[in-house]
Every structure is written in C-alpha cells, then in structure tokens.
Ligand binder design. Structure first.
Ligand code: GCU
Length: 626
C-alpha cells in the first residue's frame, strides 16, 4: 500500500482510535512522513530557525569521478555495500593495515558559498566534479522536530549525501533545493558530502555554449532548517490581480497534522489580524478587503511587516503590494504608465571576478544600478540569489527574472524541458511574494522553430499557472525586412504569447557601426509594450580614441548616444536594459590587452571604474524623469 494511502487511512479513521493508539499513531505518522523525506518548499528560509553551514569545507577534485564509480564504472551509490572507495562515506582507515585512498580532513579547504574558479587558481578553467565535505554537530531544539538541509544553489549538478546516505540529486545551477534529514541526523559528527559537477552538456539548461563563465561549486548559502512536526511551509500573500482592493493568497502547512488547522495572519499596518483554517490538503486560502494601501513602487518601495503564527511557530516577512499589467503598448504599475529605466546584470562581483552570492555583493550591484538612475534591472540569464530580489524590494527596483533557456537549447529532449520547467518552478516558488519581480522571462535569443515554440509556449503556460500576477516575456528574435535592409521588425512567433515584447539588438556593434543607427527604422506592428532587453558595445576602460575607434570608450559612448535616439522613435518603447552594468568574465572573449577573458560591454570596468557611456545612459534616464 502506498505510504500516502496509509497516511490518508490513518487520518480518516483516527477518530475511532483510543487516545493511546492515537498518540502512537501520530508519532508513527511523523516517522512515516519524515521517512518519505517530505518535499518542502521552505519559502522565506532566511527567516526560519536556521543554522548556517557556510564557511570552510574540505574538497577533493575528482575529474575521473573515481569517488563515485568503481573501476568497472559502476556507481557506488547504486550498490548495497559501496565500501570505502565511495567518497560520500567519508571513510577513514580502520587500522594501520586498512587501505583508504582519500581523506577529506587532510584535503584542502574552500569557502562556501562561492565558486571554485575564482577561489582556486588551479580550478580557474576546471569543468568536472569536485567533492565537498562539511562535518557538524547538531542538537535539535525539540526531539519531535523535523530538520532539512537547504542549498541556495549549486552549479550545475549536485549529488547530496548525509552520513553516507544519499539524499538526492539536483540539476540546475541557479535555484534553491532542500532535503529532509530528520531521520539521518546525529547529535555529533555528521558529515554532509556533495559531488558537484559543472560539466556542460548539450541537453542541459543552459546548453553547451554561453557567453558567461561556467562557475562551478556550492555558489550560495547552505543552511540547516529546523521545523515543528507540522509547519508553515509555503505562502502567497499578494494584491489580488482582479481586485486591487483585496489581499489574497494561501498558506500551506507541511506535516501530518495539517488538516483543519488554524493559522493567524497579521499585517498590522493594514489592520489585518485574521485566523484562517486549512483544508484537507493542509492549505488555507484567503482574501481580505483592504483600504489605505501604500502601494509598492520605485518611488515609494513600501514593505509591510507580515507575520504568520501557527502553534508556537512565528514566521515573519516583509512584503510589498503593487499591481503590474499591460494595456495596449504600455506597462502599468499601480495603474499608471511606467518606463523601465533598466540595466542588465550578470550574477558576478567584477571586483572579485567570481559569482556574486552575498548581501554585500547585492548592495554593490544594485547601488551601481541606482546610481545609474535605474528603476529596473534585468537579472540575466538565470535566477540570481535571493539577496538580490529582497534588496530590490527594499530599494524600489523592479526586476526581470529569467531561466537559462539560452541560445541553442535541446528543444527535442523531454528531459531538457522538465529541467527548464523545474528551474522555472523553483524560482517562482522562491520569489512569488517579491513585489520587485514584475517579469518572468522564458528565454534569451533562442533560434525559432516549431519545437522551440512548443517548448517556450509550455513554459509560459506553466509560469502563468503558477503565478498569474506577473508579466511574461523573453528576448525574442528580430529580422530585417527583405525589401529594405534598413527596416527591422520582430519576426518571432512567441511575440503572440508574451505580455511584453523584448529583443536584443546590436546595431553599431555586431551590425555595422553606430552611424547605421541613424538609418534604421523599427517596424513593430504588435500592439504590446516593447523593452529593448539588450544593446551595447565593448570598451576597455581608459582606452581612448575617436568615435570610430572600436574598443575605445568614445566608440561605446557613441553607440549609446545613437542607439537611444533610434530606440526613442519606437512608439511602443516601454523600457531598456542595455548590456551590461559591469564587465564580466567569459571564455568567448580572449582578445589580448582588451578582453583578456572579459566581456567588455560593461558600463563599469572590472575595477569599478565608470566608462563614458555610463554617464550618457545616466543622463538619458534623468531626462526620462520618474
Ligand atoms: C547576446 C547575449 C549575451 C551576450 C551578448 C554579447 O545578446 O544575450 O548573453 O553576452 O550578446 O554578445 O555580449
């Protein structure tokens, strides 16, 4: 009998059980649930009862994966007795005669969170498997509690083990995941081991080729989360998109006693102090009329303190309330037309030359954007860490979030689609209460085909099913009019699906020089808002020449001057997010003395120096007004 059926039967008949049997039954239920390794969302994990496992971890570089496969290339974790060769057993010699050919505790250490490329010179170009190990003691606050281990992100595939037991495998380098470890945890000497593999694959998401550095590692926080046997696992608390005088949403419990439970929802500044009751699936839905709402916006990024209470649990969050919609070719924030004064950003701290992962990194990047005059950022080309979107909430910066469906994805592979859809699910689950997030992007510069259209269409449907409150977009394909080389238009059939049209254009860089901008006209026929999701040019900071000297700051600046004039002629223009805030590492950019492994389209150099074009864009945004 499937465990879920057993659980249901016990719950349905618990009334007929004697108190003694009832108590042992509920303990049995807790045991079964935790043995089931309860799937958990653990939204807003940072505000829960957590223990941080960040810091120094031992690591072993394993290019032949001999810590995972035996010499017959059979996976150790598929064997009943994997033996001491399996690195996830963290083995030690039993005595002086014993043979063990690895030792985590005698191996080098690396910092978590963080990519290995920028931390270890010998791993700068490494693509393969690295084993990580963290030893820790853990005493539960209450013996009945449940415990999870959660990862902010691991790029690209993580095989996770605790005390020699496999917890699972996660694929996708930019979204959070967790495993229940209630039954595996010991008070002392736990060892958490991961095999992290950042090899690129044709069927992966992203696929083999990208224009960014393939940073490998445990690139975001690792935490232990302790929860009561039944706890608040997930919630949506947003303005009702159909009625902006209403807050609506749901609260989801996780645990065996999740039915007919009462949860208190408080939003004091809105006078909300309500008890909601869960149904059979442990979910409570609600909608409440509100008045005198202070809506979130770039000018007034007001966040409300929200508190959820269940049993002796209190979970707090800070949530902004705003509406976002399109009407004809306009984007309306809180019912008013808004122009998105944006910039594209990679998740990289250029001063460190590595993956960004911390609140300080988020402050560096978003303060640069704020200084530029932005009210919007495009977080390219994958979900960034949660600090970025939470800080954007606080700073009043609207956000485009994107999954790495980038360039030549393997459209015909069902596993590739499942992977992309899972990454979309995980980022929407994490950020659905963030008022700063206004757009979910399904893709970037993907070649059109029937299978690509089907793939992206399914993703858009999935996103709208999970979250009908935000806009859908993608960096679409554009074409040149066959009858007139100076006329461009959006030729992408996905334009019919998205709410906001977006495309990348590089006239003046990949397509002629900036003088061409004056001759081009954009013939966009769709009556939808248009965001130019990328334009730009490369420049080495401090390299000067005339306006036609490529790689000079003057050339880059002239591309901005001429492009902005050209784009302002597009009637539907509702925003821009030029490429890109700061220079970033890319293996595609080897030009000595200019690129040296960096994409130089940043408005800011890898040393934090502002190029001429920074000030041109800043002036353009200033002239656009609020
Ligand atoms: C493309 C792509 C970016 C890339 C940029 C460039 O538009 O979307 O990821 O970095 O062009 O060529 O610099």
């Amino acid at each position: 009998m499937p465990v879920e059926t057993l659980l249901k039967l016990i719950k349905q008949n618990s009334g007929k059980l004697t108190p003694m049997i009832k108590t042992s039954t509920s303990l049995l239920l807790i045991l079964i649930t935790s043995l089931m390794g309860g799937e958990a969302t653990l939204i807003n994990s940072g505000n829960r009862h957590i223990t941080n496992l960040n810091g120094e971890w031992n690591y072993i570089v394993d290019p032949y994966e001999n810590g995972y496969y035996n010499y017959r290339y059979e996976a150790f974790d598929q064997q009943t007795h994997p033996g001491k060769g399996a690195f996830f057993n963290n083995s030690k010699p039993a005595d002086k005669t014993d043979l063990v050919e690895y030792d985590f505790d005698k191996s080098d250490v690396i910092y978590v969170p963080g990519d290995w490329n920028s931390q270890k010179e010998k791993l700068f170009y490494y693509e393969g498997s690295v084993w990580y190990k963290k030893s820790f003691d853990y005493k539960k606050a209450n013996s009945r509690n449940r415990v999870f281990v959660r990862f902010g992100a691991v790029n690209y595939q993580a095989d996770v083990y605790l005390n020699g037991e496999k917890l699972g495998t996660h694929v996708g380098g930019f979204t959070p995941f967790n495993y229940e470890v209630t039954n595996l945890l010991k008070d002392v000497d736990n060892f958490l081991v991961l095999k992290v593999d950042n090899k690129r694959h044709k069927e992966a998401v992203p696929t083999l080729n990208t224009d960014w550095w393939n940073y490998g590692g445990i690139t975001r926080d690792v935490i232990i989360v302790e929860e009561a046997p039944t706890f608040i696992d997930d919630y949506l608390i947003q303005l009702n998109p159909e009625n902006d005088q209403q807050i609506k949403g749901f609260i989801q419990l996780n645990g065996v006693e999740s039915e007919n439970q009462r949860i208190r929802l408080r939003i004091p500044q809105l006078g909300i102090n309500k008890k909601v009751k869960t149904g059979a699936t442990g979910r409570a839905t609600f909608s409440y009329k509100i008045k005198n709402l202070r809506r979130w916006s770039p000018k007034t990024p007001h966040l409300y303190d929200v508190t959820l209470n269940y049993g002796d649990q209190t979970l707090g969050d800070r949530i902004g309330f705003r509406s976002i919609e399109t009407r004809d070719s306009n984007i309306l924030l809180n019912g008013k037309k808004i122009f998105l004064k944006g910039i594209s950003i990679h998740e990289e701290n250029p001063l460190r030359g590595g993956r960004a992962y911390s609140p300080e990194d988020a402050e560096l990047l978003l303060n640069w954007a704020k200084n530029l005059g932005c009210n919007y950022v495009r977080l390219a080309h994958y979900p960034h860490n949660e600090y970025m979107v939470r800080l954007a909430d606080e700073m009043g910066i609207m956000v485009w979030e994107e999954i790495p469906v980038y360039w030549t994805i393997d459209w015909n592979n069902p596993d590739t689609y499942k992977n992309a859809e899972n990454q979309l699910t995980e980022v929407i689950q994490r950020d659905k209460n963030r008022s700063s997030v206004i757009i979910w992007s399904m893709a970037n510069e993907t070649p059109t085909s029937p299978r690509r259209h089907e793939f992206l269409g399914k993703l858009a449907t999935h996103a709208r099913g999970l979250d009908p409150t935000r806009l859908i977009s993608a960096a679409l394909e554009q074409s040149t009019d066959p009858n007139d080389p100076m006329v461009k238009y959006i030729s992408d059939e996905f334009a019919d699906v998205v709410d906001v049209l977006s495309f990348n254009e590089y006239i003046g860089w990949y397509d002629g020089t900036h003088e061409k901008c004056q001759k081009i006209s954009w013939n966009i026929t769709q009556n939808k808002p248009v965001i130019i999701s990328e334009f730009g040019a490369g420049a080495k900071y401090g390299f000067h020449g005339d306006k036609l000297t490529r790689w000079s700051e003057e050339y880059q600046n002239e591309v901005y001057v001429e492009t902005l004039k050209m784009l302002d002629k597009i009637p539907q223009l509702s925003g821009v997010s030029p490429w890109i805030l700061a220079d970033f590492r890319s293996p595609r950019r080897p030009l000595p003395d200019i690129q040296d492994g960096w994409n130089r389209k940043g408005l800011i150099s890898d040393k934090g120096e502002k190029k001429q074009a920074f000030f041109t864009l800043q002036a353009y945004f200033k002239a656009k007004g609020d």
